[in-house]
Write a protein that binds this ligand. Structure first.
Ligand SMILES: C[S@@+](CC[C@H](N)C(=O)[O-])C[C@H]1O[C@@H](n2cnc3c(N)ncnc32)[C@H](O)[C@@H]1O
Length: 303
């Protein structure tokens, strides 16, 4: 996979002299059209990637297979995808290892699924849950396209279940090492995650807003069966390097989403009690979310 001569049915990525990208599936007898004329797919099929090709009106194109990070941002989408910078953080910080049994929900467009499948390898397992059939269909097509699965087959380590994780995971009786939650309300799936994770396993949530972040972190604390949750985000900045002009790029990938991880404790165990008191007002009268166990109620401030 992903090496050797370009084959019919694979995606290619063409880059023109202005850096514009064009992605398409190779089909014998088809033509790719641009503002610089056309190219025949047959002139690409059978060649080793990494070559330049001229179109009928003199445009020059560099031809490669898309990398996974390129494929997921250009593939057809149902729901919003996990961006490559965050997928890399998830694989590293949620410690997705070869052979791991990973559960993820929702599958959305299947972007994160591709990174998870690569990380667990052929002896691992990725069980994806998705409650919307139309998104599950998009994800199935994208994952099968990326891994080049023959018709009516899929990646051998992948299973996709249609259903709400909060009900479908307990019903499956599945035990797993890692659970990744990328959905609007991951706190609703925490009990199901806790029931399926082995001791030492990791739950990792990917949430877009600070209110979701707060609700998830406080729900993990209130559950009591996990270590103290660790929230963070990553920002990625390109650099411009040209002779003496070496400076940060003008654009950066700033906020995409927040990540949180926590580890599952063994049955009957409790997290270490915090020695530091919460910041004054943190859980005051204006706070209405889940409360960490054993927290004294703060008196309302005097007028
Ligand atoms: C942002 S998308 C996931 C994107 C995906 N991780 C990717 O990289 O392509 C969120 C998905 O979660 C699904 N979803 C939300 N709550 C769910 C639940 N409780 N169980 C299963 N799927 C859920 C939604 O239908 C949606 O498709």
């Amino acid at each position: 996979m992903h090496r050797g001569p370009l084959r019919e049915g694979e995606w290619v990525r063409l880059t023109d002299s202005k850096g514009r990208k064009h992605n398409f599936e190779l089909q014998a007898g088809k033509r790719f059209f641009s503002n610089k004329g056309h190219l025949d797919h047959d002139d690409l099929i059978g060649r080793e990637e990494g070559f330049t090709l001229a179109s009928s009106a003199g445009g020059e194109y560099l031809v490669f297979r898309p990398l996974l990070s390129e494929f997921v941002v250009s593939m057809p989408r149902g729901a919003a995808v996990v961006y490559p910078k965050d997928a890399a953080q998830i694989v590293a910080m949620a410690d997705i290892f070869p052979g791991a049994r990973v559960v993820e929900a929702g599958v959305g467009s299947g972007a994160l699924t591709c990174s998870l499948l690569r990380a667990v390898g052929p002896w691992g397992r990725v069980s994806s849950f998705e409650r919307r059939e139309e998104f599950a269909d998009v994800a199935r097509r994208n994952v099968n396209q990326f891994f080049g699965a023959p018709a009516d087959q899929t990646h051998p380590a992948w299973e996709l279940t249609l259903g709400d994780l909060a009900e479908a995971l307990p019903a499956s009786g599945e035990r797993c090492d890692r659970i990744i939650l990328d959905m609007l309300a991951p706190w609703e799936c925490l009990d199901a995650a806790a029931g399926a994770l082995v001791p030492g396993g990791i739950v990792c949530a990917y949430v877009a807003t600070t209110t979701q972040l707060s609700r998830f972190v406080e729900t993990v604390r209130a559950h009591g069966g996990f270590t103290e949750p660790q929230p963070w985000e990553s920002l990625v900045r390109d650099w411009h390097v040209e002779g003496l002009a070496v400076r940060p790029g003008h654009k950066m990938i700033g906020h995409t989403a927040f990540l949180v991880t926590a580890r599952r404790l063994a049955p009957g165990q409790k997290p270490l009690r915090k020695t530091r008191r919460p910041a004054p007002g943190a859980y005051g009268p204006d706070y209405s979310g889940p409360r960490p166990p054993g927290l004294p109620v703060e008196p309302a401030p005097e007028d």
